[in-house]
Design a protein. Structure first.
Length: 275
């Protein structure tokens, strides 16, 4: 089994291994698009071992509850649930992937690539703790560590099959405590559905807190679209202007597979920090 030991940023599981700070596009907000994020041989192994829709549901919910998927709905297993799942529920390779992408090594990789952008667009992160980004301590989200400043999570999940054309998420930005999010797309080979792409929007200064509950400002404009396809990474820095959405997806029996890697400020320390 592929294992990345210690502080090894060259680990082939690392989705940022081939990414440089110059790859980050700063407008309309800091984001990057990386096709072929993982070596093909690594991606292929992960693809073959991807948890079934039923496994995702079972791990994230009590196993005795009936499985009933809503149309085009987000279901995912967070890191804590994955590590606490019943034996053999999650393939060891996926355990290694999740472990790496919630590690101190991956945190430093995020800072290596996005540090400048975080300081420009989220100065509150360093200001909240009076510490440099490099010196902040991370922990796994939903685990207790009173010394940590950053929560990290690596969610393995799906958008459920589509019975009626729809979007899983319209115009929005993520919760204000979130600093970054990275989406690794793992489209199934037989999935021929249209749509499901990640959309980047430009939102001028008036689009601030009013956007959080999808109160769409009339001047929002689509800037670019990240295709939903195999081994594509879309990653961005979250703020009030980081407006994004998922394009409508056509009817399909196949789930939309994705991994969501996020970093958040620890809530109990920064309840009123400005974004």
């Amino acid at each position: 089994m592929l294992v990345c030991k210690g502080n090894n940023a060259a680990c082939p599981l690392n989705v940022l291994r081939l990414v440089k700070p110059a790859d980050v596009v700063l407008k309309p907000y800091p984001h990057l698009i990386k096709e072929g994020a993982l070596p093909l041989w690594v991606y292929t192994m992960l693809e073959k071992a991807y948890p079934s829709d039923e496994t995702v549901m079972r791990v994230m919910r009590h196993p005795e509850k009936p499985l009933k998927f809503q149309n085009n709905f987000r279901y995912d297993m967070n890191t804590k649930q994955i590590f606490n799942a019943p034996p053999n529920s999650v393939n060891p390779l996926w355990l290694a992937f999740v472990r790496f992408h919630t590690s101190p090594t991956f945190y430093q990789e995020v800072i290596r690539v996005f540090g400048h952008a975080i300081r420009l667009h989220r100065p509150d992160v360093e200001a909240s703790f009076n510490m440099t980004l490099e010196s902040l301590k991370r922990k796994i989200r939903f685990q207790d560590d009173p010394t940590a400043q950053i929560d990290m999570d690596c969610q393995v999940g799906i958008n459920s099959p589509v019975t009626k054309i729809s979007t899983v998420r319209g115009l929005h930005y993520d919760i204000p405590t979130e600093v970054w999010a990275g989406l690794l797309y793992m489209r199934q080979a037989r999935d021929t559905a249209r749509g499901g792409h990640f959309r980047v929007y430009d939102c001028p200064a008036p689009c601030t807190k009013s956007m959080y509950k999808q109160k769409v400002h009339p001047s929002v404009k689509l800037v670019s679209e990240v295709p939903y396809k195999r081994n594509v990474l879309a990653m961005f820095i979250n703020s009030y202007t980081s407006i994004h959405a998922v394009s409508p997806r056509s009817v399909t029996p196949y789930s939309r597979r994705l991994v969501n890697m996020i970093g958040q400020k620890v809530r109990r320390l920064v309840a009123h920090a400005a974004v």
